[in-house]
Design a protein around this ligand. Structure first.
Ligand code: HEC
Length: 385
């Protein structure tokens, strides 16, 4: 009979510190990220103002991302050390046994199987979470740095990748938070309160419940195979330089990506007027029909066939629905603003939009020469809806 009061070491101090770093960076990322994703929600608005505004919120998000990323690099090198130098088992890798354990636990939970499965050092609930973590780390890292550096990204990849990365980043975040709140919290806090990530050990009872196979191995007293000093030294001679080069490259890449671009809010020229600086996400418009070769794009333009899209892109940021001249709808555009009619069908010389939007005017939003010509011809042709 084994000693029921015995404690079984599970995580050393370094692993526990890693876990604390992860808790801090992950929760910071989750809070500061989700409030940006659901920016119009009243809870988000209060949190953002509590954090000192959107710009500070973004800085906090990015700082937490850097810490999260560094912790991942450290973890990767540690795993390489344990697997390559110490030749430990890849005890986090799932196999067929985990699928069977999962099924048997399920049957046990619903009362169709008497015995719960005996599980190894890391059971299927932990392996699944670990793999999800790695997947999330890679995906969030890739998409996060794309959003952080959209100009660099679109220099290398097609432009659609940026909004796609934004959707993936946001939804993966929701998934990750749900995984922590449901899967992780259930298995280590609700089912039983598992202290091992803080206190470092598990009780005998917990070992029986969760890691019976490991317990059997410990009690059988099978010693770990020793590594000969000569072999150890040889492996370290390979491991040390590779891990140093790897970490230098990763940290250099991180510093580069963290400093390369300063995007969004702070780069938009300040307009000292009551204008919207934030435009909520709207569905991507369907591509307008490609012109047939014989169709003259200039004279064929109508509001619904492209002009709306042009105005939305060039002017919509400031001329939204928050009062003043609104270019969101045809009727808004036609009715003009305080200074009079912005668009007078058939009369370009009286249409304020052409002088305000002309390239080189003092106005904050301007068309290119080609776009101005398009708008002028559209107005000459009667500014059709
Ligand atoms: C960065 C913000 C910004 C952008 C982008 C912008 N505008 Fe403006 N616009 C303003 C401000 C600020 C005013 C002055 C508000 C006012 O006096 O009504 C203004 C005023 C105007 C007016 C006069 C409205 C009135 O009061 O009658 C017109 C017309 C106009 N803009 C056209 C355009 C067009 C066309 C574009 C797109 C090419 C555009 N604006 C893009 C900020 C912007």
């Amino acid at each position: 009979m084994s000693d029921q009061t015995k404690k079984y070491e599970r995580f050393n101090i370094a692993r526990r510190l890693e876990h604390i770093l992860l808790i801090l960076s992950f929760s910071t990322l989750a809070v500061t990220g989700l409030v940006q994703m659901y920016a119009l929600n009243s809870i988000s608005i209060s949190i953002i103002s509590l954090l000192g505004g959107i710009e500070l919120t973004r800085i906090i998000h990015r700082t937490a991302a850097v810490i999260f990323f560094l912790e991942g690099i450290y973890h990767f090198i540690l795993m390489a050390y344990l697997l390559y130098v110490k030749r430990k088992d890849a005890s986090m890798m799932p196999g067929l046994k985990d699928v069977i354990d999962g099924l048997q636990s399920f049957l046990h939970n619903i009362g169709l199987r008497k015995e719960a499965p005996k599980m190894p050092r890391y059971n299927y609930t932990e392996k699944l979470e670990y793999l999800a973590m790695i997947w999330g780390y890679v995906l969030m890292g890739l998409t996060g740095f794309m959003l952080w550096n959209p100009i660099l990204t679109t220099r290398l990849l097609p432009g659609e990748i940026v909004p796609a990365a934004k959707v993936a980043h946001g939804l993966e975040a929701v998934l990750a938070v749900l995984a922590i709140l449901l899967w992780h919290f259930y298995h280590v806090h609700i089912k039983q309160w598992n202290w091992s990530m803080f206190k470092g050990h598990l009780t005998h009872h917990e070992m029986v419940e969760e890691h019976a196979i490991e317990l059997e191995k410990i009690e059988a007293g099978i010693p770990e195979p020793e590594i000969e000093p000569k072999v150890y030294k040889k492996r370290m001679q390979i491991f040390t330089p590779i891990s140093i080069v790897f970490s230098v490259l990763m940290v250099a890449g991180l510093l580069f990506l963290a400093n390369y671009e300063e995007t969004a809010i702070t780069t938009v020229p300040r307009v000292y007027a009551d204008v919207d600086v934030f435009v909520p996400r709207t569905p991507t418009p369907f591509p307008t029909q490609a012109p047939t070769p014989t169709q003259d794009l200039l004279t064929a333009s109508t509001w619904d066939n492209g002009m709306d899209f042009l105005f939305e892109q060039k002017c919509g940021l400031c001329h939204g629905e928050s009062g003043g001249f609104s270019i969101k709808t045809y009727s808004g555009a036609i009715s003009g603003g305080n200074s009079g009619l912005a668009i007078v069908p058939g009369r370009p010389e009286d249409s304020l939009i052409l002088s305000q939007g002309a390239p080189g005017s003092d106005h904050p939003g301007q068309f290119t020469e080609e776009e101005l010509e398009r708008v002028r011809i559209w107005i000459i042709n009667g500014a059709r809806k």
